[in-house]
Design a binder for this molecule. Structure first.
Ligand code: GEK
Length: 246
């Protein structure tokens, strides 16, 4: 669904004082443009989350979109599951994001009534009877110390056969490749119209807020918790989307 309020992201275009990135009103205002121009493959990942949600959703279970922002993944699932009796819980702790998502849902067709929005910390979200759980570029913002317990709660709240989809910026263990992929990513952002100043100021703002981990780290933590059939289904430079099953 297109958002007619979609504005171009110029948030880091002017020289600014250093400070950590926050998901406030100014970010929510330009978010769709920002994420499409900042995450390689974002639209492909979103569309495929819809396909995976449709394939793995089970009757009488819920879909959770944790860190939903403006509901990109939620709306892709709605689109694919249109005739089914699904329910989606879309959670974000940014009031600005949830407010905009609620406005979008209210203005949309009736099927969107099957989506419930919650403005809360996903570390507090009660998870039960879930067959599809989406963490689309959200886990990277959770403190490292809290990630395993969050994933354990997710595992406990899932029904057997359920799918967990995690998309993340990733760290590459080989230093040469890590540097190469980051540089390729910056070229991607330049191609998307961001200036070098915007790229470097955004990078600095995210430095202490977005903490990437390696694919091996994701794999071993999920396997230890009890998930099986983990793999990466999409990767472009240092961005990946992974699946794992209960
Ligand atoms: C998409 N999934 O378009 N609790 C709840 N929400 C959180 C928390 C938390 N503890 N920490 C961060 N967030 C979306 C994109 S964006 C990714 C996700 C990005 C929320 C935060 O408010 C923001 O909306 C989202 O996670 C991350 O498919 O901007 O790179």
């Amino acid at each position: 669904m297109n958002n007619s309020n979609n504005q171009k992201d110029h948030l880091f275009a002017e020289k600014m004082l250093p400070g950590d990135f926050v998901f406030d009103e100014s970010v929510a205002h330009v978010f769709e443009d920002m994420i499409n121009r900042s995450v390689p493959g974002y639209s492909t990942i979103i569309a495929m989350i819809g396909v995976l949600a449709d394939r793995y959703w089970q009757e009488n279970t819920k879909i959770y979109d944790l860190g939903c922002s403006l509901g990109g993944a939620t709306l892709a699932a709605v689109h694919r599951l249109s005739q089914k009796n699904y329910s989606i819980i879309a959670v974000d702790n940014s009031a600005a994001m949830i407010e905009k998502l609620e406005q979008k849902l209210a203005a949309g067709p009736d099927g969107l009534k099957q989506v419930r929005c919650r403005c809360e910390d996903i570390l507090q979200t009660e998870i039960s009877d879930a067959s599809v759980i989406v963490l689309n570029f959200t886990l990277q913002f959770i403190a490292l110390a809290d990630r395993a317990s969050l994933l354990e709660r997710i595992f406990k709240g899932m029904s057997p056969g359920g799918i967990l989809i995690i998309s993340e910026k990733i760290a590459i263990p080989d230093e040469k490749l890590n540097t190469l992929f980051i540089e390729m990513y910056h070229s991607f952002k330049e191609n998307m119209g961001y200036s070098q100043l915007e790229i470097s100021q955004k990078r600095a703002a995210l430095e202490h807020v977005l903490i990437p981990e390696t694919i091996d780290c994701h794999r071993s933590r999920l396997t230890q918790i009890g998930f099986h059939s983990f793999d990466v289904w999409f990767q472009c430079f240092n961005f990946a989307s992974m699946v794992a099953f209960k």
